[in-house]
Design a protein around this ligand. Structure first.
Ligand code: FMN
Length: 147
């Protein structure tokens, strides 16, 4: 636990995506910097992100006409990616760079007046015993990413 950081693991808090909208909006309001930690899934559509964008970032909260509550806060988009670096290439299976894939999320941030920073991402973040990576490798990458 790091002082001054409020970690809200949405998938554990709301496994069915039925958010406590008031609590989540209050958490956003109390933050200077918001870090959205997302796994890249087929591609970049984690359902908790979609649900947050649809129900917590609401009209008159995050968007016009009176939705300026997040304006000026900092947003850091942080991704874990199963594929190796070369997967985010026109000839790789993710085909696009992370910067290209994140443009819809960036647009959500712009609409809300958030100051969207360069994304932070790590590749090779999937562990399937005997198939992809070793646990030690993935844990080491996760620690580096968190740093
Ligand atoms: C349903 C599913 C779809 C995935 N799709 C992709 C993908 O399109 N590209 C990719 O590089 N990794 C993909 N992955 C790997 C995830 O990016 C990886 O498991 C995730 O980043 C690990 O983070 P987590 O431990 O927070 O889930 C997928 C994983 C799952 C379970």
């Amino acid at each position: 636990m790091v002082e001054g950081i409020d970690i809200r693991h949405l998938a554990s808090l709301y496994p069915d995506c039925h958010f406590d909208i008031e609590a989540e909006q209050a958490a956003l309001l109390s933050a200077d910097t918001i870090v959205l930690q997302l796994p890249l899934l087929l591609v970049l559509r984690p359902r908790h992100y979609k649900a947050v964008a649809g129900t917590v970032f609401t009209f008159n909260f995050a968007y016009r006409p009176e939705g300026d509550k997040l304006k000026g806060k900092h947003l850091v988009l942080s991704f874990t990616i199963g594929g190796p670096r070369q997967s985010c290439h026109p000839l790789g299976y993710n085909h696009f760079s992370i910067e290209q894939l994140m443009t819809p999320l960036e647009q959500t941030a712009y609409l809300a007046g958030l100051n969207c920073h360069q994304p932070i991402y790590s590749h090779g973040m999937i562990y399937i015993p005997g198939v992809y990576n070793t646990l030690d490798e993935v844990e080491a990458r996760a620690k580096e990413h968190a740093g």
